[in-house]
Design a binder for this molecule. Structure first.
Ligand code: HEC
Length: 138
């Protein structure tokens, strides 16, 4: 019983941890009752980045790296302020870094890509920054 409660708490924490903040969550529930396109895309980007990390650590090559995160510019966010010139320039910066990574898969170009995730998150969505930092290769 104690174990079950501990697991439930861990799951709850994991969910809370990945959200930007409470207001984003409240707004999401109010407006859509489900996760935004951007939130879903981000989750996929996070999973992809973990896979890329393993590949870089193992042999500096990428198996099937897809750049369909161009959708980043069009995906509907939870909060409407996540649009406009600032978001777009940070998104383009990230796309540029992930393009360089694809053409030159090294620890350095990978870490720069992760850094570009963090730059945007510090401006628009600080919640997951700690988790994203763990993607870096030391
Ligand atoms: C141009 C800005 C930008 C870039 C670049 C960016 N993010 Fe995000 N990210 C956001 C915003 C804004 C949200 C909130 C999305 C929403 O709730 O609609 C978000 C949400 C997330 C979430 C939480 C998703 C959820 O479950 O609600 C994770 C995890 C995440 N990003 C990881 C990453 C990773 C990993 C990268 C780089 C590979 C990255 N992000 C690059 C802006 C960005």
């Amino acid at each position: 019983m104690k174990g079950t409660i501990a697991i439930l708490i861990l799951i709850a924490l994991a969910i809370v941890f990945f959200k930007c903040d409470d207001s984003a969550r409240a707004e999401r529930q109010k407006t859509q009752g489900q996760d935004s396109e951007l939130a879903l895309l981000m989750r996929q980007m996070h999973v992809d980045a973990k896979e890329i990390k393993e590949e870089i650590i193992n042999d500096n090559s990428l198996s099937d790296y897809n750049l369909n995160n161009d959708f980043l510019l069009d995906a509907t966010p939870t909060k409407s302020n996540v649009k406009g010139v600032k978001f777009e320039s940070m998104a383009r910066y990230y796309l540029q870094k992930s393009d360089s990574l694809y053409h030159n898969p090294t620890k350095g170009s990978y870490n720069q890509m992760v850094e570009s995730c963090i730059v945007c998150h510090q401006a628009f969505c600080p919640g997951p920054v700690k988790t994203i930092k763990k993607l870096k290769i030391n």
